[in-house]
Design a binder for this molecule. Structure first.
Ligand SMILES: [Zn+2]
Length: 178
């Protein structure tokens, strides 16, 4: 349960690490040498972002499972650690953990510029597949004019809302199948 999400959150966290926090050396693959980005060795904002992500997972897991062993030192490994230590909890607590992991996987994708993850969710209000990411508002917005009504502002959703909905609908699909 939720194993796929932990994998995808971990893989995307490692992508962020590779993209933003790998110190540039001369004589490496050369990928960085062709980059037009300024030559800052490490993006401090991204480090703070990664730390905040890890802190959220660790503090949530410790609150839900006080007997959990200490978290792993590697940032991307905390997702499986959370999975392992919340798997035995009741459905509500397990789902709360899954929502965090799923939401963070979305956040990590957006952090490296992959906005396609937002389009893979149906609009929570009208069910259409016309969600797009509004970076300035940090919300997904629906393109369907019939969703909000003529002349009204588009309906928008936080990543947490999309994640809660995704986990809940997957859970009910599992229940229907069993
Ligand atoms: Zn809509």
């Amino acid at each position: 349960m939720g194993m796929g999400d932990a994998d995808s959150a971990a893989i995307r966290m490692r992508l962020i690490e590779a993209e933003f926090t790998t110190p540039r050396r001369t004589g490496d693959s050369g990928r960085r040498a062709r980059s037009t980005e300024p030559a800052a060795p490490v993006d401090l904002g991204i480090l703070a972002y990664m730390q905040a992500s890890v802190d959220e997972v660790v503090s949530h897991t410790r609150a839900a499972a006080p007997d959990a062993p200490p978290p792993p030192a590697t940032a991307s490994a905390v997702y499986h650690w959370m999975d392992q230590n919340t798997a035995h909890l009741d459905a509500e607590k397990r789902q709360a953990a899954e929502v965090i992991v799923y939401r963070q996987a979305l956040e990590h994708a957006l952090a490296v510029g992959d906005e396609s993850v937002v389009r893979r969710h149906p609009c929570p209000d009208c069910g259409c597949w016309g969600l797009f990411w509004r970076a300035s508002a940090r919300r997904a917005a629906c393109v369907n004019r019939h969703c909000s009504g003529e002349g009204q502002a588009a309906h928008t959703f936080t990543l947490a809302q999309l994640a809660r909905r995704h986990v809940a609908s997957r859970e009910s699909a599992v229940r229907r199948a069993t």
